[in-house]
Ligand binder design. Structure first.
Ligand code: ADP
Ligand code: ZN
Ligand code: ZN
Length: 658
């Protein structure tokens, strides 16, 4: 008999990190097995062989995969658990697909046969050298590739302006990895990008594995097995979680648009895919490239501090590309004034001209719904969510006031519930309002809105062909659209309210605003057509607006890094966010004060600074009251100690928030 320590998928009990089982067969570390736990059956991962223990052991029920997990993935699992203070079983739930012990109907033989033929044609899963499918690389691209290849392994920051052709760099590096028999993982911010990217990669690679959030449990399971069992190098493309695909022999990881917030997981383990990828790269001896036109201030600072290569691409990839003309319109001046409540005269004129020329318009605005505030002009009553205490957003098309946090909805009142007057007004600007205004202004144009309210089947991913062909004349969208899209017919980008995000109570709100403006502006100027960016704002002098509109990363970095240093925010300090939730406000406050005091009085923790307690940003959520404490420290290890002090119930902790 062999005796094995197994780490279960799914928490068996808080104190059970590993369980010991017997097995007649010897099994390597990383073997995925089914184990009996009480009356139930769990999936688990073998960690190591141990001497026969004193206690009685049950036997492993069966082995679920032909191959063990790659050793680097096992190491990454341990790192995630330690670095983010998360129970190992919870980490497995993030890393492994659900239902690994279920039997699935496998892929039809037809597709796998076709794939084999394809693979055979293209020798060893490499490039299709017989077709002229790759572009001639630009000088910037060639330099970037050779600089990255000089680095044997480790992380490089690819700081390339939008349109500099970063995709080709990822492709070339993946190709180089494949030539050495190694696989690649390409992370993209979200589903909207994959159609475009996958098409690019499929031109050159025979075995591309795509993951995305709409896949069913069974699909995920099969794709996961496909990656684990692949005998030739593969290219995995997908969002954050694609990092955990069990590819053997990993040679290259790219994280495209690495500044995107979706690379941070919102539930435990609250990991950063950038951090996790750099650990995975290190454990696999692979290269990691973080690509962005607007890297996070903290990531750029870290790269400089650690002496990592920062590779710049400042030229547009397409030789014929013409930079756009950018105009900032000061909305506080009456000269901006047109009779239209949303669009200034210059923007309206530019829209008309663009439509006449049969080109495409993108109107970027990062708030969905029709109007974010509904109030009574007589007494000031404002419509709030009864459960979350945030203002309700009007959705005219649905004739509803909706809470964007919990989904609560109600019909808009015709008269004020407090003073009975009929002076209900809706304030602020949402994408649906922009849409209806545009439909009124341009009744003959084909208009499409893309935001979180699109029904499934009508997202950017689904409508990609219509978007690309220019069949859609006017695109209205939130950040779903500003990211990475390459639209050949687009010649006008309009931003009606560029400063809308600056009011958020968050140390990174300037940075987010800068990024969104720069990214939206970067959707044009990618080809030979003359193009224009028109930015409306009430704060035309704010550095986020000025630098965003000119896509001047360096100027923004210099401004923001001083700010962070002065105010002791990341990257000059580490943060820990502790948030509670209670049925009553009183318990939330009391518990927060008690914990703050406990932390403050801990003599071991002299070098930390406590901000708060304060109400959480969303003070009420789903009938619960939430208070928070932010703890700041020069050393992350001190915060790990603090996180160890939080009570087991009612509290959650997040290291490195934002
Ligand atoms: P980025 O991701 O850096 O914003 P992309 O990779 O989307 O840029 O490339 C921008 C545009 O330039 C795309 O239309 C792409 O097809 C084109 N392109 C990329 N590399 C080259 C090249 N070497 N020669 C010509 N066109 C290129
Ligand atoms: Zn009233
Ligand atoms: Zn709500």
């Amino acid at each position: 008999m062999n005796y094995l320590e197994v780490s279960p998928y799914g928490v068996v009990g808080k104190d059970f990190l590993v369980l010991t089982y017997a097995s007649a067969a010897t099994l390597p570390a990383g073997a995925v097995v089914e184990i009996p736990v009480g009356q139930r059956k769990f999936v688990g991962v073998v960690l190591r062989t141990v001497p026969k223990p004193q206690f009685e052991c049950k036997e492993i029920l069966r082995v679920l995969t032909d191959r063990p997990l790659p050793p680097a993935l096992l190491a990454l699992q341990q790192w995630l658990s330690q670095y983010y203070l998360t129970h190992p079983s919870t980490v497995w739930q993030t890393i492994l697909p659900a239902g690994l012990n279920k039997s699935r109907r496998t892929q039809s033989p037809a597709t796998s046969a076709a794939r084999t033929v394809l693979a055979a044609n293209k020798q060893k899963g490499l490039c299709c050298k017989d077709r002229p499918c790759s572009k001639e690389l630009t000088f910037d691209q060639q330099t970037a590739i050779s600089q990255i290849l000089k680095m044997k392994s480790g992380t490089a920051l690819l700081h390339g302006i939008t349109g500099s052709g970063k995709t080709e760099v990822y492709k070339a590096l993946a190709m180089q990895a494949a030539a050495r028999g190694k696989s690649s993982i390409i992370l993209v911010p979200e589903i909207s990008l994959t159609a475009q990217l996958v098409a690019e990669f499929k031109k050159d690679f025979s075995h591309v594995i795509v993951t995305h959030s709409k896949q069913t449990e069974a699909e995920r399971h099969l794709i996961w097995l496909e990656a684990l069992n692949a005998d030739q190098p593969v290219v995995v493309i997908g969002p954050r979680s694609a990092l955990f695909m069990p590819v053997n022999n990993l040679g290259f990881i790219a994280i495209d648009e690495c500044h995107e917030p979706s690379y941070k997981q919102e539930k435990a383990p609250r990991y950063s895919a950038l951090r996790a990828a750099s650990v995975l790269a290190e454990k696999s001896g692979a290269r990691l490239v973080l690509g962005s036109a607007t890297p996070l201030i903290a990531d750029y600072f870290t790269a400089q501090k650690l002496g990592r290569p920062i590779i710049k691409m400042n030229q547009l990839a397409r030789p014929d590309a013409v930079k756009p003309k950018t105009t900032v319109i000061d909305m506080t001046r009456s000269s901006a004034g047109s009779k239209n409540p949303i669009f200034s005269k210059p923007l309206l004129e530019a829209m008309e001209k663009t439509l006449v020329n049969n080109k495409q318009i993108l109107i970027f605005h990062n708030r969905r719904g029709s109007a974010p505030v509904t109030l009574c002009e007589n007494c000031g009553w404002t419509a709030f969510c009864p459960r979350c205490f945030v203002p309700l957003t009007l959705h005219v098309d649905k004739h509803q006031l909706k809470c964007h946090i919990c989904g609560h909805h109600e019909p808009p009142p015709t008269s004020c519930p407090v003073c009975r007057e009929a002076n209900i007004i809706h304030k602020g600007l949402g994408t649906k309002m922009i849409e209806s205004e545009i439909r009124k202004l341009f009744p003959d144009a084909t208009v499409r809105r893309f935001d979180g309210d699109n029904p499934s089947g009508e997202g950017v991913h689904d409508m990609y062909d219509e978007l690309k062909s220019g069949k859609i004349n006017i695109i209205i969208g939130t950040q779903t659209i500003a990211k990475g899209l390459d639209l050949p017919n687009l010649t006008l980008v309009g931003i009606p309210q560029a400063d809308a995000g600056l009011m958020l109570p968050d140390f990174s709100s300037s940075e987010r605003t800068f990024q969104l403006i720069a990214q939206a502006a970067g959707r044009v100027g990618r080809n030979k057509a003359a193009s224009q960016v028109i930015i409306q704002t009430y704060q035309p002098k704010h550095p986020a607006v000025v630098c965003g509109s000119t896509q001047n990363y360096k100027a923004f970095y210099d401004f923001e890094i001083k700010n962070r240093q002065k105010n002791h925010f990341p990257p000059f300090a580490h943060l820990l966010k502790l948030t509670n939730s209670y049925k009553t406000e009183k318990s939330a406050i009391n518990s927060a004060r008690k914990l703050a005091l406990l932390i403050a009085n801990d003599s071991q923790l002299a070098k930390i600074h406590i901000l708060g307690p304060t109400p959480a940003f969303y003070e009420r959520q789903r009938d619960l009251w939430r208070w928070q404490i932010i703890v700041r420290a020069a050393k992350r290890a001190d915060l790990v100690k603090v996180a160890g002090l939080i009570p087991p119930q009612h509290w959650q902790s997040e290291l490195d928030p934002n």
